[in-house]
Write a protein that binds this ligand. Sequence first.
Ligand code: NAP
Length: 532
Amino acid sequence: MARKVAIVGAGVSGLASIKCCLDEGLDPTCFEKSDDIGGVWRFTEYVEEGRPNLYKSLMSNTCKEMSAFTDFPYPEDFPVFLPHAKLLEYLRMYTKHFDLRKHIQFKTAVISIRKHPDFSATGQWDVITETNGKQTSATFDAVMVCIGYLTDPSLPLSSFPGIDRFNGQYFHSRDYKTPEVFKDKRVLVVGMGNSGVDIAVEAMRTAKKVMISTGRGAWVLSRVFDNGYPWDMVFLTRFLNIVRNSLPGRITTRLIESRASQWFNHANYGIIPKDRSVMREPVINDELPAGIITGKVTVRPSVKEFKETSVVFENTPDAEEVDVVVFATGYKASFPFIDDSVIKVENKHASLFKYIFPPLLEKPTLAVIGFLRPLGAVMPVVEIQARWVTRVFKGSCKLPSIKTMMEEINEKKKNKKNWFGLSFDEVLKTDSIVYVDQIASLIGIKPSIPALFLKDPELAMKIFFGPCTSYQYRLTGPGKWEGARKAIMSQWERTLKPTRTRVVEDSSNFLTYVLKVLAMLAVFVGIFFSFI
Ligand code: NAP
C-alpha cells in the first residue's frame, strides 16, 4: 500500500509537494485552512486572520521563466513579470493539469502534529485537524509542512519609543491593501524590504508626503535589466555564478555594487547599504529612484522616537509631522502545531538539515518545505526540496548521519562570511543556484555540463551561459521530462512574446546579421590566403 503523506497548506510549496508525492507513488492528503489554493498568491479584498495577505498591486519579483515549475512552463502570452492574479492562474493551471485538487481537504486546519506512540519503529505521525469545528485524528507515514513564513507579522513596537503616545494611525504592512488609505496624508513607511518600498512608491500617488525610513539601506534593482531583459534571467546564470563564487568576497560584492549603481548611484540617493560585506535581499522596484528624484518620496534614517503627531529620526534635530505610519518590518515564522522538541524557531531560523529535515528524529519522516529565502525565485527551490523529500520518504534517497547533519547545521548557524563569493546577512538567505544544485546532486538530476557539451553543445551553451531556468533539472535522472530540452531552447521566445505586441523592424537583428556576414567573409579570406 502507498505510504500516506500529510501536507499542511495548499500554496506554492503544498501544490508542488502533492505533485511530487504522486510522482513517487506516495498517497498525499493536503490540509488547507482556507477554501481555495494559492496561499500567499491568492488576493482577497479583506485581510483574513491566519492567512498571508497581499496588497492589490503586488507583482512577482522574479520573471515567469525563472518562476516556473520544472515541467510546467508558463503560457507564452503571460506577462514577463506576473501580477498576483496571473500567478494564481498559473497555479490553478498546474493544479488542473496534474489533477491535484482531489487530494486537498479545504477549510481544514491542522491543530497538532505529534509523534505516533510507535514513532521510533514506524516514523508515523498523528495529525489532528479541524473542519467546521469538528476535530479528526488520523495517522500518517510522513508529513510535509508547507505553510511559508509570511503570516505572522513582526511588529517590534518596543524598538520605537513613543509609539504609545502617537495620535496618528499605524499598522503593519500585512494590513495594507490599496493606497486610498494614504489620501492627502503625511505617510512614513518603516523598513526598506520589498514590502516597504512597494508601499512607499504606491503611497506617492495619493499621499501629501511620503517618507521611507531605513536603518540598513538596500540595493534596489529594476525588473527591467540589461537591454530590457528581466533582471533574474541576466543575473542568475551558471557562468556568472561561477565567476561570482570564484572571486574573493570583496571583489564579488564590489562588482554587484557597481552593477546596481549603474542604474542610479545608491549613495547619492541615501540608500546605499550600511554593511556591504554581506548581501541583503535586493529590493526589486522600478519606480523608487523616480520617486526620490521627483521629491515624492524622501529617504530617512532609523526612527529615534515618535511624538504625538510627529516622528524624530536618528541624527536629525527636527521632528517631522506624520499622519500614518506603516511598519513594513517583515514577518516571523512559527510552527504552532508542532512540538518545540521537533522544530523550534530561534533567531529567525530553525535547526533543519538543508533547511528541511529536523536532524534528531529517529526516522526522517517530517520535512519543512519553503522555509528559506533564496536569492531568486521560490517555486523551483521548493519543488526541488519536495522532489528530494518524497524520495527520502520512499527510501530511494538516504540522509547522512545525525553527526554529519548537526555539523552542517551548526556551521550554517554561524553564518560566517565566505572568503569567496557572496555572504548573506541572515542564515535563511542562500544562493539559489548553489542550493538547488546541491539538492539536485542528492537526487541525481543535476545536469553534467561537460558531458552535455560533448553530446548536445547547443543545449549546453544555453544551460551554462543562459538563465538558470528550472527545466534543466528534468533533463536526466528520476523524473526526467521529455519536454525539458524544448522548454529550455524556447525560454527566450516565451519571454519576449508578450513584449513584442507591435511588429517593428529590428535593427539590432540586422546589425547581428551584418556582423555574421563580415565574420564569415574574414574566415573565407583567411582560408583563401592560407592556400596561396
Ligand atoms: P523583510 O524583507 O523582512 O524586510 C523587513 C524590513 O523591516 C527590514 O529589512 C528592516 O528594514 C525593517 N525592520 C525589521 N525589524 C526592524 C526593527 N526592529 N526596527 C526597524 N526596522 C526594522 O520584509 P518584507 O519586505 O515584508 O518582505 C518579506 C518577504 O516577502 C521577502 O522575501 C520579500 O522579498 C517578499 N516580498 C515579495 C514581494 C514581491 O514579490 N513583489 C513584495 C513584497 C515582499 P531596514 O533594514 O531598512 O531598516
